[in-house]
Design a binder for this molecule. Structure first.
Ligand code: F6R
Length: 261
């Protein structure tokens, strides 16, 4: 696992956008994995800037979302499909239908989850998966106790996650759905490169477990320690509980340029 500590979200976004730009230039059919929430927003803004400057195009690429709330009306502004449209998909040149997410309003939820797994496989898998981390250590919505071998399925959100996400629902925790559909930990682990972004002191404990703790379903993100190519980008506050912070800084400062992110 590579740990990269940067001054702020903008510096992190620039490094991640460099890697996505490199991938899209190398192979315009690159398949991206998109997260929602606050963590990836600076990355999406930077990708939009590069698209508007004519540096990158998403016209031949595809993208898969990590998760979706169950039961939010199709036009609800916080339905993740709508959030992704607002934050990135609708601001660049993805082809119609090229960005997909699990269907949180499906009548047959298990069938919808299976179809979603099949769609990712049919696209050839995800090349680069953007991830945030919950303060309870979840990635996507794989809450503590999730099977490390899980695939896309329905999950119940913890009260901690519902409290954390109430800020998107005018502070009303009761408006945050109890259920979601989420890629499983094994689904996420199938992506070729995992890129997790975390900023702020509120993420420091989860980041400490992710990077330096034992692998455990109690801190689901720790499964990433088993991934051959996982990059964790942090600001100083999110990195503040890491034991080897100085070493990670030294490694990145001396990294051979040809290695990329
Ligand atoms: C959202 C997702 C979640 C968030 C996590 C952090 O698609 O998968 O795992 O990444 O809850 O949320 P923020 O970035 O809002 O702190």
């Amino acid at each position: 696992m590579q740990v990269v500590i940067q001054p702020d979200a903008e510096a992190i976004a620039s490094l991640v956008a460099d890697e996505i730009e490199r991938l899209l230039r190398q192979r315009p059919e690159t398949v991206l994995g998109l997260a929602t929430g606050s963590s990836p927003l600076a990355i999406y803004d930077e990708l939009v800037r590069r698209y508007e400057a004519g540096r990158i195009s998403f016209a031949r690429s595809r993208a898969f979302m990590l998760d979706e709330y169950v039961g939010l009306p199709a036009d609800h502004p916080e339905r993740y499909r709508n959030v992704i449209e607002r934050e990135i998909a609708g601001r660049v040149d993805f082809a119609p239908g090229a960005v997909q997410g699990p269907d949180g309003n499906a009548e047959d939820i298990p069938a919808a989850c299976e179809q979603y797994e099949a769609a990712i496989a049919e696209a050839g898998g995800v090349d680069l998966q953007i991830l945030g981390i919950g303060s309870d250590g979840h990635i996507a919505f794989n809450e503590p106790g999730s099977s490390l071998a899980s695939r896309t399925r329905i999950k119940t959100l913890t009260s901690q996650t519902r409290r954390d996400n109430a800020r998107f629902f005018d502070g009303d925790v009761d408006a945050v759905p109890h259920h979601c559909l989420t890629q499983g930990l094994a689904t996420i682990m199938s992506a070729r490169h995992l890129v997790l972004v975390a900023t702020g002191a509120g993420k420091a404990e989860a980041v400490h477990h992710l990077v330096e703790g034992p692998v455990s379903a109690m801190w689901p993100a720790t499964v990433m320690q088993h991934h051959p190519r996982a990059t964790v980008l942090l600001d100083a506050a999110a990195a503040s509980r890491l034991q080897l912070g100085d070493y990670y800084r030294e490694v990145f400062a001396n990294k051979p340029a040809w290695q990329g992110l």
